[in-house]
Ligand binder design. Structure first.
Ligand code: IPE
Ligand code: IPE
Ligand code: MG
Length: 254
């Protein structure tokens, strides 16, 4: 018998919950295709998985949850799919506002949001503003995001400051880069989950995932539920994160 959600959740050590979990929500199209339906139907059914993931993360005390919702490369999908995704995003934000407020969740975005349609941008801006004083979990939507876009814009910003004499090029270090990323001020994700069985990073948080634990889940995104999030966390807690050290060194430090 499958262990129930409660059994899994109760095994999670509250002291070792990652501060930041990042998720590549993948497999909506395949989920729909298996049911003989359109890809858009898959995206619609992915919304429940988003709700469950947000709830599960907030309940466990995760501080930052970053969801990869739309990549730079996804702009090249069929126009109808892109516009359906934008509409769904608008709809979901509208529907979830009350819940975000009730649960003190603060909405943020990373990505080239200038590229989003005006109506989506203004809806997002309003939601970000409305939740800006919330003290609970940060829900970070990666929208029109890619890590290479992010790194290129960081390089541009740093170069510009250097050319204006605001920054000494000799002193550019890892911290300078971090401060110019879209995720400036956020801790790096300790855990990255990707659904749908694909084992790749697809241009997601390339800098920030340097030492993340990766969890690949075979389920397609619309089937992802709270208990799957719990299972990924439990798996994460069972791993030894060495950061280049030896096990013996880690034991000494503990
Ligand atoms: C993830 O599902 C959602 C987005 C990328 C927007 P996909 O649409 O990539 O679904 P598959 O991977 O084709 O099944
Ligand atoms: C990654 O999924 C992007 C999002 C989940 C938003 P994709 O489906 O676009 O990635 P690939 O094409 O499988 O690498
Ligand atoms: Mg995909």
């Amino acid at each position: 018998m499958e262990p129930s959600t409660d059994t899994l959740a109760s095994q999670i050590d509250p002291q070792k919950v990652p501060r930041h979990v990042a998720v590549i929500m993948d497999g909506n199209g395949r989920w729909a295709k298996k049911k003989g339906n359109s890809r858009i139907f898959g995206h619609k059914n992915g919304v429940e998985a988003v709700r469950q993931t947000v709830e599960a993360a907030a309940e466990l005390g995760v501080r930052y949850l970053t969801l990869y919702a739309f990549s730079t490369e996804n702009w090249n999908r069929p126009a109808l799919e892109v516009s359906a995704l934008m509409s769904l995003l608008m709809e979901a934000i509208g529907q979830e506002m009350d819940k975000l407020m009730r649960n003190q969740i603060r909405l943020l975005t990373i990505g080239d949001t200038e590229a989003l349609p005006d109506n989506v941008r203004s809806k997002l801006r309003a939601a970000i503003e409305k939740t800006s004083a919330n003290q609970g979990m940060r829900l970070v939507l990666a929208l029109s995001y890619s890590a290479r876009w992010e790194l290129a814009q960081a390089a541009r910003a740093i170069a510009l400051k250097a050319s204006q004499g605001l920054l000494d090029p000799e002193r550019v270090d890892q911290r300078t880069v971090e401060e110019h990323l879209a995720t400036a001020g956020m801790p790096d994700p300790e855990l990255m989950i990707r659904t749908s069985g694909e084992r790749r990073v697809s241009n997601f948080l390339l800098w920030q995932l340097a030492y993340a634990e990766l969890a690949f889940v075979d389920k397609l995104w619309p089937d992802f539920r709270k208990e799957d999030f719990h299972a990924a966390l439990l798996d994460y807690q069972g791993r030894e994160r060495r950061f280049g050290l030896t096990s013996e060194q880690l034991e000494k430090k503990a």
